[in-house]
Design a binder for this molecule. Structure first.
Ligand SMILES: *Cc1c(COP(=O)(O)O)cnc(C)c1O
Length: 387
């Protein structure tokens, strides 16, 4: 490969999502230095815009260099000290990943489980907290992308506070796609990602940390085990002094800035309503095709739709046909849901009525080819009823 011509895909999987041409164009602008006055002003603006989408006044709000998992590691590497109890809700891949990361940071992980596809029960969390000696952190995944479940957070946040524990929330998939309220939900540590509902390429992880969490971090007995993700050191660059720590990924910051401008232009409530509407239309259309929602109504994510694979259907063949014959990417089930569900993302720029129709039409064609006849007109009419 001497020069790069990637295929044009319609990205309707669990991320990355489609990128607006304005965001791609921003990335191609001239690179400046990471201490250039222009870039420092841009960073200020990005940090202010992140506070707006996180709905927080947290001073420590910054784009971590790395994908969502780097944000996860930032929160845990800074907040967890050797031997501390970290209570984590696990009902999918990303809760499981948090446990692994917290253990590597020396945490004594207490797992509160729910079946994949269901929410973490606040009563289970309270029971687990009652049995802890001194829980330091309670952690949840707001939008479990591996299953399509939206986790209610306020009750568990309150339970964490009663125990004087910090509350950590993964909003990688939810941020800019549905309601996220860092300050009013009393979230102390939160990380997200650029390639889901923010609709920029993967590469940055917006993180926000409360003063309460920064006080705990400032009082650590030993330095954070990660130098690269040390919030104290990062605060030297992202705070007031602007001293060099590591070279900021300039073009990615351009992209995030443009993506945040697009979010502002649309408006958060309007953006959430768009995600909800397209989700409802997709679920309505798919039910005609025999692809039923895998998550109970009331717990479904608007940006990640898990639907059951009908008995006898080869889901890998279906996904392959969508990709190779229609240029559409959707996601497979993971872990205990492998082969059982399809995961269809309608995140950020990907969430449009046109994309819903294009996917439903393509699915009808491929399901018919695979021996599950489907009526395109009827399915599209069902989508249109929602619109
Ligand atoms: C995608 C995702 C992550 C991990 O993000 P990467 O960008 O893949 O590192 C973490 N949590 C959730 C809920 C996600 O959807």
């Amino acid at each position: 490969m001497r020069s790069l011509y990637p295929p044009t895909r319609l990205l309707l999987g669990p991320g990355p999502s489609m990128v607006h041409p304005r965001v791609s164009a921003a990335m191609a602008r001239p690179i400046v230095g990471h201490l250039d006055p222009f870039f420092l002003r841009l960073l200020d603006d990005v940090q202010a815009r992140l506070r707006t989408v996180f709905r927080t006044a947290n001073r420590m709000t910054l784009p971590i260099s790395g994908t969502g998992s780097a944000g996860m590691e930032t929160c845990l590497a800074n907040a967890v000290e050797e031997g501390e109890e970290v209570v984590i809700g696990v009902n999918g891949v990303f809760g499981t990943r948090m446990c692994e990361v917290a253990r590597r940071q020396g945490g004594n992980v207490v797992v509160v489980e729910a079946p994949w596809g269901e929410i973490i029960d606040p009563d289970d969390m309270r029971r687990a907290l009652a049995q802890c000696r001194k829980p330091a952190i309670v952690a949840l995944v707001h939008a479990e992308t591996s299953t399509g479940v939206l986790q209610p957070v306020e009750e568990i946040s309150a339970a964490a506070r009663e125990k004087d524990a910090l509350f950590l929330l993964d909003t990688v998939t939810s941020l800019a796609g549905c309601d996220v309220e860092i300050d009013s939900w009393q979230v102390d540590l939160c990380y997200s990602g650029t390639q889901k509902c923010l609709s920029a390429p993967p590469g940055l992880s917006p993180v926000t940390v409360s003063e309460r969490a920064m006080a705990k971090i400032g009082a650590r007995k030993s330095p954070a085990r990660s130098w690269y993700l040390d919030l104290g050191l990062l605060g030297g660059y992202f705070g007031g002094e602007r001293v060099y720590h590591h070279t900021a990924p300039i073009a990615m910051v351009y992209a995030l800035h443009e993506a945040l401008c697009l979010v502002e232009e649309e408006g958060l409530p309007e953006r959430f309503a768009r995600h909800e509407r397209n989700h409802l239309a997709l679920i309505a259309g798919l039910s005609v095709l025999g692809l039923d929602a895998a998550v109970a109504e009331g717990s479904r994510l608007p940006m990640l739709n898990s639907v059951r694979v009908p008995e006898g259907l080869d889901d890998a063949a279906l996904r392959g046909a969508l990709l190779h014959r229609h240029g559409i990417e959707i996601g497979a089930g993971l872990g205990s849901l492998a082969g059982k569900v399809l995961r269809i993302g309608l995140m950020g720029e990907s969430s449009t009525p046109e994309n819903v129709r294009r996917l439903v039409t393509a699915l009808c064609a491929e399901l018919s080819r695979l021996g599950c006849p489907a009526d395109t007109e009827e399915a599209l009419a069902e989508c249109d009823r929602v619109y």
